[in-house]
Design a protein around this ligand. Sequence first.
Ligand SMILES: N[C@@H](CCC(=O)N[C@@H](CS)C(=O)NCC(=O)O)C(=O)O
Length: 337
Amino acid sequence: MTKDISTQEDQTKAKERRARGEFVRGVSGFRHVIGDPDFPAEPSRYHLFVALNCPWCHRVTLARAVLGLQDSITMDVAFPNRTDENDPMGPNLWEFAPDRIASLTGAGLPECTAETGTGSGLRLVKEIYQREGSEEQSVPILYDKIAERIVNNESAEIIRMLDANADALGGSPDRPMLVPDDPTLQDVIADLNDRIYVTINNGAYKAGFSSDQAVYGQAFDAYFETLASLDDLLSDGRHYLTGNTFTEVDLRLFPTLYRHDPVYFVRMKLNGARILDYAHLWRWLCRVYVLEGVADAGSLIHCRQGYFGRSWNGVVPLGPLMPMPYPDAYLHPDLVK
Ligand SMILES: N[C@@H](CCC(=O)N[C@@H](CS)C(=O)NCC(=O)O)C(=O)O
């Protein structure tokens, strides 16, 4: 599978760039593919480890939902806040903690699960990697329950292989084709994916997590330039980014825009505008949100708890409330004139 800029960040001089305060995302190390001899496309063989506040995991939970693979591919959900300094295994580790209390709600999060994929009831995602001699610790992970091995931990590739093997995996017959068999359309999707990955999906982190004003400024400008041009792209009345069918590029844009008004506007300092201020993009966001399986594939409570729960003083902002609370606002495309 091609490794292009829409999948991972350029790692040139990553160390120096990080030292200068630029947020540079690492590269995923497990890159096997369903369909390889070791990983046949079979229903009920594969499992996902995710966190619902993670936008890369959100790509994968969306693909699982819109392809109708919820019964065929099982899934475990980690708690949105990672371990802290007091944890014996160290800080910043994803943990399976279904009984942990969320400061935002004062209660447990019903979507959180124990670890069930390996059959060993592990506490940390890190332990799944350690079993294969890896130091990695990220989610999402696509796991083979029969081979008891990690298949892949790169969301861009996981959504492609679920789409390509949806038939054999037991997907729903009326599912969308995320990457249609049309070479021209595939080029359009690849170009949009590139720009959206660099300036929006990863761009949001470049802005929010960089500690260099110039790096933040460039990421801020690129982010809102792309939003404006996507809003313009949708101004001809098309329902989705490449026309009137939902494709992979819509799926990859959604997790970031879903998080923008209620999280990124504050947490990532992307307060140039709300999605609500872009009429065509807002209607697109609402149109995708009501597609079958989309609303249940994500959680703004997990997003808020995850992005704010351990940041700053741990107090989670409750807004926005106007024009109405989120995610309910996504049921109202008419909020824009
Ligand atoms: N390129 C990967 C990125 C995954 C990623 O960065 N996940 C974050 C959560 S949002 C993570 O687990 N980071 C922890 C770490 O890498 O230590 C993908 O798209 O799947």
